[in-house]
Design a protein around this ligand. Structure first.
Ligand code: ZN
Length: 258
């Protein structure tokens, strides 16, 4: 009986050994990094719609590129204990609103944690009262937006950067609500602007208009491991394969950056 058990164990070991060669990526490789995405279902419909598109997009990418992509709607997970398990956190259309979450976020970022923010995640105004976050963004304070949401021509400022590589000099981005920030983050020497709203779009909007100004829409503050993207409004954002490459390269860049 004992000998038979040993035989069974040997057979299982052999199968395991063969499978680990047959499927090295899915079977035995350690995930290269871990991501936790925070989102919410209690905000405006268009912002939830985007979350419902981008989260499965990243889950599929995680399976292909061998990283972990976890999601939560519980913002109290924005604490030291949870954050230390992840190399990147993503904010989809929401941001930290209380002091406890904000301090945990600052600690995480100051220790080298990565952040990818979409659309409303960077929102701040005179009532937000979080100066650290404004400097983290490179100085951007929300100024205005276009309405209704519209497609727009975007300029790719640098298509050699790992986030934007392979993109053309310009492309038409699907329907989105575009935000303009004042002052422009381009004035900050630590900020690298990767994509900008082409001024040829102006006036952009009908009810609410963007009529002038420098309007970066994707940028990184090089003092931190962070990237902000203005896209994130509605269910059309992921309909452009070219732009989807940008979303994929963004998370891979943050996850693999050391
Ligand atoms: Zn929006």
């Amino acid at each position: 009986m004992k000998r038979r058990n040993q035989g069974v164990v040997k057979i299982f070991c052999c199968i395991f050994f063969i499978l680990s060669f047959a499927a090295p990526h899915s079977f035995c490789q350690k995930p290269s990094f871990r991501v936790l995405a925070f989102y919410t279902t209690t905000v405006e419909r268009d912002h939830v719609d985007f979350a419902n598109d981008i989260l499965p997009f990243y889950q599929k990418l995680a399976a292909r590129e061998n990283f972990i992509f976890d999601t939560t709607t519980n913002w109290s997970n924005l604490n030291d204990e949870v954050l230390k398990k992840y190399q990147v956190i993503v904010w989809v259309n929401e941001f930290a609103k209380n002091e406890v979450q904000r301090r945990a976020f600052e600690n995480y970022i100051n220790k080298g944690g990565g952040w990818l923010g979409f659309h409303v995640s960077a929102y701040n105004d005179k009532y937000t009262q979080w100066p650290w976050f404004v400097q983290f963004l490179g100085g951007a304070v929300f100024y205005t937006n276009n309405w209704p949401p519209l497609p727009a021509k975007l300029i790719v400022d640098d298509n050699k950067h790992p986030v934007t590589k392979g993109l053309p000099k310009t492309y038409i981005s699907p329907i989105n609500e575009w935000y303009i920030w004042k002052p422009s983050v381009r004035l900050n020497k630590d900020v690298k602007v990767l994509v900008t709203l082409d001024p040829s779009n102006y006036p952009l909007g009908k009810k609410d208009l963007i009529t002038e100004g420098d309007c970066p829409v994707v940028w990184t503050n090089t003092r931190y491991k962070m990237l902000y993207m203005n896209m994130g409004h509605g269910d059309q954002v992921l309909t452009n394969a070219l732009q989807n490459t940008l979303f994929a390269q963004a998370i891979l860049w943050l996850g693999r950056k050391h």
